[in-house]
Each structure stands twice: as C-alpha cells, then as structure tokens.
Design a protein around this ligand. Sequence first.
Ligand SMILES: [Zn+2]
Length: 242
Amino acid sequence: MKLDLLVFAVHPDDAELSCGGILASEKAKGKNTGVIDLTRGELGTRGTPEIRKQEAAAAAKILQLDVRENLEMPDGFFKNDEENQRKVISAIRKYQPEVIFCNAPEDRHPDHGRSAMLVEDAAFLAGLRKIETSLNGTLQEVWRPKYVFNFIQDRYLTPNFVIDISDVIDQKIEAIKAYSTQFNSIDLAEPQTYISSPEFLESIIYRSKMFGKMIGVNYAEGFISKKMIGFNSFDAFIKLNT
Ligand SMILES: [Zn+2]
C-alpha cells in the first residue's frame, strides 16, 4: 500500500502526542496514513512492552491509521548506523510516502534527536539506486519522500509552519489517552513520572492552543522543515486576523 503520510517515531506515543492531529485530519480528507515506531518503548518507567503494544494498537484504531508497525530497535541504545538505516530505508520503499514526519531535532529525551537524524539520513539514502534492499525476497524500488518534517514534542521549538487541527482535537486527545499506563494516570501501583500527571496532558493541549493562536484557529500542530516549502496557490493559506 502506498501511503501519503508516514510518521517514524522512536517511542510508541510520540506520534500521538506530536502529530496525532494531522494524522486524524488528513485521514478525514481521505489520505492514507501510517505510523512506524522504531522501538517498543521497553525502557519506559510505567507499563510493559506488551501493554504498550496494545495501547499503540488502540490509538491506531482511534486515528484510523492504515499501517502501524514496529521496527523493534533497542530503546535508549539504538544507533544511527547502517543496520538501522536499512530498516528505515526498507520501510520507506515499502510504503512510498510523499511526506515523512520524524521526531524533534532536539528534545528532553535524547532518543528523539538521534531518531530524527536516523530517519532524515535514511529518507535521503532510500533514493539511492545502489543501496539495495529487499522485502520478502523481492528487490525494492528506490523511493525518496518529497518532504521530511520534524514534529515538536516536549521542549518548545519554533515551528516553520503550523497546521489547523481544531476539528480533530478530541480525536487526538482520545488517542493519547489510549496509552493509559503513560498519561493522565492516577494508578498509584506504578511510579509517577514526568509524563504521567494530568498537568503533562494539559501542557500538550496548551501547546496546541498556542500554535492555533498563531494562525487564528483553536488548535494547531507545529512542524519544522529544513527544506523550503512550495505552494501551488494562495488558496492553501488560512486567512484570519492574527
Ligand atoms: Zn519519546
């Protein structure tokens, strides 16, 4: 299946927190969407890889993803090396996305920046004919996505563009809450963490409100692009007083 939009996120739940809105809103417009998690999040303080797998599947259902896979790299210790680049290259060639989203270039969790570098490198290399990868014994066609965007997660980074997600904010929050061991949890059997308090989830909503305010809508998500973004016409612009 060819995907219009494919997210590579290092931990299950990164995608929902940072670009769950755009995944939901593009799906509502008829696009094919997918998330590939690089690790199972096995170093997370709360929950287990098995529970997080179930939570990721539940969130995928809420966001109506066409594809959700896990590349099972080691959480915390994966490297931006040839072995892992080939895994990402193969996934890119399999789904031939026009646009890829990856983690923030720098963030509170050091995995995020390293994951972004890995995905950005692989996105370029996937277009090189002399790097051969195969899937089920068949040589894959080369494919280079047209854009690679970083999403913004924990630390504030200035976005290059923001997208209105006002119509799907409830769906985004519902998808985040599908990770019931991680967020908004008062389960005292497990230790409280930086992300498990209700305040953390509120901060995600505030961030969406702040990005929304920048363009005159209720909620938005912000993204970073190293490449200049081109438009066909002015019709794509939101024209509100800001
Ligand atoms: Zn993460």
